[in-house]
Each structure stands twice: as C-alpha cells, then as structure tokens.
Ligand binder design. Structure first.
Ligand SMILES: Cc1ncc(COP(=O)(O)O)c(C=O)c1O
Length: 242
C-alpha cells in the first residue's frame, strides 16, 4: 500500500498507524513517500519502506536529483538488484552534494517550518485567501492527527485564492523572492501557480479528490529572512486582488 503524508500539494494528513495496520492485515507492505515529512519524521511507525526524493530537503540547494528508499537491510538487499538494473544509481558527485546537504538538514527543516507557520498565519488573515492548507494551523481538518504524528509541520504551505486562476497568476508574478518552479524543500522559496498544478496529468475528478481548486497556489518556504518573505507575500496578495 503506497501513501504519502502530508500530501502534495494540499497537505492532507494520512493516519500512518491506521494505514500501516491495514496494509499488514492484508499481507501488503506499507510504503510511505515521506518527502514532505522529511527524514526525521514518522520513523516510529511500522512503515516497511520510506521513499524520499533527495532532490528536495536532503540536498536542500535544489541543485541535484536523487531518491532514497529506506527499509530494513534484507528488503533493501532484495530491491537493490532491480534498482541497479533500472539505472537508479547516483553518480558520485550527486551523492557527495546530497551528503553535504544532509549535514544542515535539521537546521534547515526546522527554520523553514517555523517561517512556513508564520506565512500560513498571514495567509489565513488575508481577505483574498479562501482557504489555507498547512498542518500546523489549528484550522487544518487533521491538525490534531498531524500534531500527534509530526514534530515539525514542514515548509509547504498551500492556499486557495478566492479570485481563482487569474488571481493565482497575478500573485505568483508579483512575488519577488520566490522562484516560479515546481520543486520544494530548497533554501530558496519557490511558488507554484495554479497554472502549474498538475493540470496535464490530472483529470478534473482527480483534481477535486486531491483538493486542488482553480486558485490553488503552493509555496515552498526557504531560508530567506522571514520578515522579507512575509512582506513579499503581503505585497503579492494585494497585487492578486480579491
Ligand atoms: C512527495 C514527492 N515525492 C516524490 C517526488 C519526486 O521527486 P524527484 O523530483 O526527485 O523525482 C516529488 C516531486 O515533486 C514529491 O513532491
């Protein structure tokens, strides 16, 4: 059974204990994409395989691509042969960049989470914003579950602009400190406008299930000065209009 938590892009929270128990009841492995949660979270659960995009928080600089599968040694040995055959082998330079990035992982993740919380609170109070998705907010529908499962709520904040796709485009273009790109977890803040939100891969039904609206924007909060980011987001919200 494969799942993720928080989910991309709306930060829905999965009940990790319930899902792993259900997988095991049916004789399946519980496989969790833990990229949003990060390398220090969810380890206490009986997840069989954690998947991580190392492209994101592990390297932190947004300058390398890689992935990791974390499981017990026997399972890793079984899977390694197939991974090698499919070409899933990091080149030495990429591996070195990721190892170097890992040394500052905790500091970055925690600082980025703290700023993300401030941005989520700012968004929640702004009239142009219909809804904010951030598991650290008490208004998140599964905040209590997130608080039980997570130590830090992550650097991804999504929200729905009341003005829809056009407002989302104006917002993304008005930001000065956020790069307009699809990755996340890097030291630079990034924004995904509604026009970039999986419209090619997802059917309208799948978008609804994922919780994506025409005005959904995803922010990945970086390590810039929090006050500068708050000012930039405030300015862009005003530019987006209601
Ligand atoms: C939750 C999650 N898992 C996996 C990936 C894939 O990562 P990569 O870009 O390293 O292939 C992404 C990319 O956005 C992601 O958001």
């Amino acid at each position: 059974m494969i799942f993720e938590s928080p989910t991309n892009p709306i930060t829905k929270i999965a009940d990790v204990e319930a899902i792993t128990a259900a997988a095991h009841r049916h004789g399946a492995l519980a496989v969790m994409d833990n990229t949003f949660g990060g390398l220090h979270q969810h380890g206490e659960f009986a997840v069989d395989i954690f998947l991580h995009s190392l492209t994101k928080f592990a390297s932190g600089a947004g300058d390398v691509m890689g992935g990791a599968l974390i499981a017990d040694a026997g399972l890793v040995r079984e899977l390694r042969g197939e991974f090698t055959l499919f070409g899933g082998t990091l080149d030495p330079h990429a591996a070195w960049l990721i190892q170097r990035g890992l040394k500052t992982y905790f500091l970055r993740y925690r600082e980025q989470s703290a700023t993300a919380m401030q941005i989520a609170e700012l968004l929640s109070a702004h009239p142009a914003v219909a809804r904010v998705h951030y598991p650290g907010l008490a208004t998140h529908p599964r905040h209590a579950l997130a608080a039980r499962q997570m130590r830090d709520f992550g650097s991804i904040v999504s929200f729905d602009l009341a003005g829809g796709a056009e407002a989302g485009r104006r917002f993304a273009e008005a930001l000065e400190l956020f790069a307009l790109t699809a990755s996340l977890g890097s030291t630079e803040s990034l924004v995904m406008a509604p026009q970039m939100m999986g419209s090619r891969e997802l059917t309208p039904e799948q978008r609804r299930t994922a919780g994506i609206t025409d005005g959904t924007v995803r922010l990945s909060i970086g390590l810039e000065d929090p006050d500068d980011l708050l000012e930039d987001v405030t300015y862009a919200l005003d530019a987006a209009g209601g």
